[in-house]
Design a protein around this ligand. Sequence first.
Ligand SMILES: NC(=O)c1ccc[n+]([C@@H]2O[C@H](COP(=O)([O-])OP(=O)(O)OC[C@H]3O[C@@H](n4cnc5c(N)ncnc54)[C@H](OP(=O)(O)O)[C@@H]3O)[C@@H](O)[C@H]2O)c1
Length: 342
Amino acid sequence: MNYTPSPSRYDAMVYRRCGHSGLKLPAISLGLWHNFGEDANHETKRAICREAFDCGITHFDLANNYGPPPGSAEEAFGEILKTDLRGYRNEIVISSKAGYGMWPGPYGEWGSRKYLISSCEDSLRRMGVDYVDIFYSHRFDPETPLEETMGALDSLVRQGKALYVGISSYNSDRTREAVRILGEMGTPLLIHQPSYNMLNRWVERDGLKETLAELGVGSIAFTPLAQGMLTGKYLKGIPEGSRATQGKSLRPSMINEQAIVHLNKLNEIAQARGQTLAQMAIAWVLRNEGITSALIGASRPEQVTDCVGAVSNLEFTEDELKLIDDYAREEDINLWARSSDS
Ligand SMILES: NC(=O)c1ccc[n+]([C@@H]2O[C@H](COP(=O)([O-])OP(=O)(O)OC[C@H]3O[C@@H](n4cnc5c(N)ncnc54)[C@H](OP(=O)(O)O)[C@@H]3O)[C@@H](O)[C@H]2O)c1
């Protein structure tokens, strides 16, 4: 099917400057962690990306290991770039990452120069692009000198394989070190990618938002919907086909009776604001401009349409925020804590 992007695609989306850089990101970005592997239908993947682009989502986030199998999400996105998005590369910000296990042996994970540079080259090949816009260190490596990991990111920029660099799930102290090291090399840190949502507030305890503001580094919050918990999907329990039934990253035990009561209360608050729960959860992450972009996932194009509606109301009253805090209690859902704890 031929696709022509909507001529009004830039009308409703909000674009925010990423830290002190020249790059603006859409307030909502699309990630391809789940739903883009070989276990998902390619036509649905195409439809999700087309809907995103039509809604003004210019930023697509990938990583070497997204699938299953690892690498297949980048291959699928490469296919979509060749078909639907052909001719639009200059309008799109593509990111990829390396840090988690990708191939066997001592060079297939963490933060060595050997791993990061070869992994980035593989990502470029799988997506069929000459460069990525942003390349990330996917997690902090306590055993590799940070100078080596940041040096590899700097080299990728100098080689023209990445335009900007980022880090993911680093705490404030590590972030400061990374900014200093990169600064000495002349490559500024563009962006930090932390997990953040109403049920996972480690960035607030860490002070990361303030740290990034002080350092002039942008931020993109992943899992703003707590992997789907903060949507209308689980208000009556766990529906067939949802992520919680797939044996992947969302434990069904998280959707217990207490959680369902709280989610329904949050849904009422959202309704009173004239929003869906997903829209309110995204708006909450983006409130006060503290976060540059909310990085969502989607299994259907209609979810993208719903999520994008969040940008029409990003303001909260103090009363609304207090009420949200009564029901959005922190849950044990931060699967990435090992990186920010080290
Ligand atoms: N840096 C890192 O270490 C890291 C780690 C994790 C993720 N990420 C990035 O963050 C991205 C987003 O992660 P995520 O997919 O967990 O984010 P999320 O937005 O919290 O959850 C997405 C899931 O929520 C459900 N959903 C989305 N919109 C919905 C709507 N309007 N109504 C009902 N359900 C809706 C869908 O679940 P169903 O599938 O059940 O329909 C969808 O797959 C990833 O793709 C990746 O790019 C980065």
